[in-house]
Design a protein around this ligand. Structure first.
Ligand code: AMP
Length: 219
């Protein structure tokens, strides 16, 4: 999953993992767990998390390798949430997958605008007390997403595995669309080689249906 903070990676990642019965590998969760347990790694990464900066690639890539090896042992499916966060991690994740004989079938992009993301994260701050959910740190995380993470999307688009979904709606609506899109892709994934695939952009669906209705077509 490639998505800005607040777009619903955690919620949708858990939903996809439960639906397809596969592990949900969330690097942010793994890192926060180390911080909460005050492990040596937790002490190293805490400052990065508090400032909304990316922790060094080596740390998250070691986590990823371990989690993907475990996912392979458990059956082979996996949902990645929070990684890759930059181009270097995207390439490294690809190489780890290739080494383990695991490929990414879908890159799921959750799209939402910054004002909505800021609103959601400030609302979450009131409930969760995450150290990085302050207005200033959220702004830093959004900037980092636009500058460093979102360029990865082009790479997945070129590989034909990008599925973009409008995440400006309720978690329930987004979840339904995500699962429908992923289920519809199953036969394609089984039969069409990666080089023949095309990206799927569902972000204009609402607009398109609105236009059809406005033109008088039945719902
Ligand atoms: P998240 O829960 O995905 O929003 O991640 C929370 C924080 O964990 C981020 O702001 C980063 O400090 C750190 N983090 C999570 N995943 C990564 C990653 N792939 N690379 C570097 N830092 C990460």
């Amino acid at each position: 999953m490639i998505a800005p903070p607040g777009a619903g990676k955690g919620t949708q990642g858990a939903l996809i993992a439960a639906h397809f019965d596969m592990p949900h590998i969330a690097t942010g969760e793994l890192l926060r767990d180390h911080v909460a347990r005050q492990t040596a790694l937790g002490q190293t990464v805490q400052e990065y998390l508090d400032r909304g900066e990316l922790v060094p690639d080596r740390i998250v890539l070691d986590m990823l390798r371990e989690a993907m090896a475990a996912a392979k042992a458990a059956g082979g499916g996996f949902v990645l949430d929070g990684i890759p966060r930059n181009m270097r991690q995207a390439h490294a994740a690809y190489l780890i997958g290739r080494e383990l004989g695991m490929v990414a079938n879908v890159a799921l992009h959750l799209q939402a605008d910054d004002a909505e993301l800021m609103r959601r994260l400030l609302a979450r701050a009131a409930l969760d007390h995450r150290s990085d959910d302050t207005r200033e740190v959220i702004a830093q995380r959004l900037t980092l997403y636009h500058e460093v993470t979102s360029p990865i999307l082009a790479w997945y688009r070129d590989r034909g595995i990008l599925v973009s979904v409008d995440a400006m709606r309720s978690a329930h609506q987004v979840g339904r669309e995500v699962l429908t899109a992923l289920e519809a892709m199953r036969p394609l994934l089984d039969h069409v080689p990666e080089w023949m695939r095309v990206p799927v952009d569902l972000t204009g669906l609402e607009d398109a249906f609105g236009a059809i209705r406005a033109a008088g077509a039945p719902d």
